[in-house]
Structure formats: C-alpha cells, structure tokens
Design a protein around this ligand. Structure first.
Ligand SMILES: [Zn+2]
Ligand SMILES: [Zn+2]
Length: 373
C-alpha cells in the first residue's frame, strides 16, 4: 500500500518546475504502472497520461492534476521542506498530483467503475504552457474523452468544502510591452528632441480609460501598468521608454477589446508626439469557462463527499486548465485547504503548504466524479 502522505512529502522535498519534471513524472508513472494502468509518458514534453480502461471511448472522461512547482525559495522549516534551493511547491501541485494518484489507485481496485478514465498529469501550469503542449501533442486524439475536470486547493477555505461557478470562473491574463522611441539629448534643450517620458506618462493615464470608457459595466476587467523603464539620467533626456503591464478579464471578447484600444491609444499618442512606438500584446492565460452541464455534475459529486457551492462567483487568478476547456466541456472546482497554519497562507506565499488532511476529500471527489453520470 502506497503511503500517500509520504508520497506527497517526497514530491514537496524534490520540487521541479516548468517542463523539467523528470523525477516527478517517473515517480507517478512507476506507481501507476505497478497498479496496472496503461501509462504514457512524454505527452506534451513532460506530461503523463495514465488510463484505466473500462468500456468504450464514448463515455471516457479526463481527470487532470498539475505537477510543477514555483521558482521561489521556501520559507518553511518543517521536516519535508524543499531540498532544492529556488524551487518550492508553493501552489500545492504536490497535493494535486498525489490526490489524483490516490483516486487512480482506488478506482483501479474498484470493480463497479464502468467507464474509461484518463488521469492527466500536466507540466508547466504556472507559465500557462503545459495544457497547450499536451493538446498539440494529440492529447484528445490519442486519449479520446467526452469531458475533462480539474481541481485546485484553496487556502482559507474549510477542508471538505468545494466551490465553483458555472460559465466564466477564472480570469484571463494578458501581458503587454509598449516600446516608445523618442530622441534623447541634453536636459537643458528638450525642444530639439522628442521626450518619450512625457509621452509615456500621458500614455499610462490614457490606458486607464480602456476599462472605464471601452469595457461594459457588466464585464469585470483590469489594466495595470506594472513597469516604466527609461534610459534617461540626471541631465540626459531619455531616448527610450518601455511600459510593461498585465490585464485581466473573463472573456476573449474583452481581451480583444483591450488589445485593440491599447494599440489605437499607443499609435495615436505616439503620432501626436512624433515618436515611434511598438506594442507587443500576448495572452498568457485564457479565461476559464466552466460548462453548465458538467459543472452541475461536479457540484453534485462534490456535495456527495463534502459541502459544495455552485455559485461561488468569479475569481481574479488565472488557470492553465482553461485551455483544456476550450477543446472539451468540463469543470474546474476549488477545494478547501484549511483555515490554519501554512495551509491557510496564500498560494505562492513562501510559507504555504498543501494540507495532507485535505487529501482525502480531494480523492473522494475524484472518485465520485469518475462515477458521475
Ligand atoms: Zn500557482
Ligand atoms: Zn496552482
């Protein structure tokens, strides 16, 4: 019998990041191969898919966990703290991986399960590149499934409580870089140059009008300028300004609207100041949109093993699971990680830890989901 708490602590001691998940993936694959599942490694570079085959593909579902840690130092001093400087399971993906393994082991031994289940362990959730890599590597063609489900622990929420939301649930994250090129020179003679700092400063304020004037009151969205760099100095007018920033919202239409207004504002203002400008705009995370029917199933499964809330409201963070939901219907749910100690510290805080006492509720949820109609 695998000791799941020890397994989780072992992953915590040996965190790996991004797609560099060799040890983590091989530990997962060893355990599940031994239990008799069909295990495919290297799906989307470092992903693992373990299949429990019971019945035809037209009822198969996917249950997904993430495996990657964060590139930060852990502040905890407990016995199972990270042994790798600069790497830390600060988002609880060690717990997510272990709970999905726990469910797979129980279901493999359960003769009443009558559908094929694909247990999906994805790489690089934190940078938002892992789901795309698995899909591009043929995840849904090689492992046909009708729906896919994801879960994340939530510090501060009671153990045994689950929360989700039909429709848009987690925000998209877009990032931008605006490069302004003026003509620098002597600080005493601005009239013979083009000052990108005056232009850049005006642009920061103008970008704030995108949400207030161009996005509907019923859509939540944020545009934040998070960086302003120049190459000016005490008596030297800058030649270059770089603005960087981050945008959040809950639909692709809002993302497109923000991008197009940003380009218009940057180009128009640069022209007015006779400066050159270039705008780089990219989506790091898609909006996560839960399917109504699958969300109802998920809420029912959660309610059968704990307490469940189906109208939690939207959350401002982003999740790479969103990309899977652009290909197949499904639902993403939050699970309580507890209200005290490291389990209640915010995700990504150096003092956070996954709560082993929450593990059972996650495993029971996955098992209920595997058996949901
Ligand atoms: Zn995270
Ligand atoms: Zn996470």
């Amino acid at each position: 019998m695998l000791d799941l708490t020890e397994f989780r602590k072992d992953l915590h001691r040996h965190p790996e990041t991004g797609f560099d998940l060799g040890r983590t993936a091989s530990r997962i694959s060893d355990v599940l191969k031994t239990a008799g599942l069909e295990v495919t490694e290297g799906v989307g570079k470092a992903g693992v898919v373990a299949t429990l085959r019971r019945g035809p593909d037209d009822r198969a579902i996917g249950l997904r966990a993430d495996m990657d840690a964060l590139p930060i130092n852990e502040a905890n001093t407990f016995e199972h703290r990270s042994l790798s400087p600069g790497k830390f399971h600060g988002c609880g993906h060690d717990g997510h991986t272990t709970m999905l393994i726990g469910a797979a082991l129980d279901l493999a031994a359960d003769n009443t399960l009558d559908r094929t289940v694909h247990f999906i362990f994805q790489p690089d959730e934190e940078n938002g590149l892992g789901a795309k890599a698995m899909i591009e590597d043929g995840l849904f063609e090689r492992f046909p499934m009708t729906a896919i489900f994801g879960l994340h622990n939530m510090p501060g929420m009671s153990v045994g409580h689950f929360a989700t939301q039909t429709g848009p649930f987690c925000a998209f994250e877009d990032n931008f870089v605006i490069d302004i090129r003026g003509i620098g020179g002597h600080a005493s003679m601005p009239e013979i140059g083009i000052d990108p700092i005056v232009l850049g400063s005006a642009m920061v304020l103008q970008l704030q009008t995108i949400i207030s004037r161009s996005v509907s009151a019923k859509d939540h969205a944020v545009v934040s300028v998070t960086g302003f760099e120049t190459d000016g100095a005490r008596n030297i007018l800058a030649s270059n300004v770089r603005l960087t920033g981050d945008c959040r919202g809950f639909s692709d239409a809002v993302s497109d609207r923000i991008e197009s207004r940003m380009r218009d504002i940057a180009n128009g203002m640069a022209q007015a100041h006779a400066a050159d400008v270039s705008v780089g705009y990219s989506t790091s995370f898609r909006p996560l949109v839960n399917d109504p029917e699958q969300t109802a199933l998920a809420v029912r499964a959660a309610a059968s093993v704990g307490t469940a809330e189906g109208n939690h409201g939207r959350v401002g963070f982003s999740e790479d699971f969103a990309v899977f939901l652009t290909e197949r219907p499904g639902a993403f749910i939050l699970m309580g990680n507890g209200t005290e100690g490291p389990s209640a510290m915010p995700l990504h805080n150096p003092g956070y830890d996954f709560n082993d006492k929450a593990m059972k509720s996650g495993i029971e949820y996955w098992k209920a989901m595997a058996k949901a109609a």
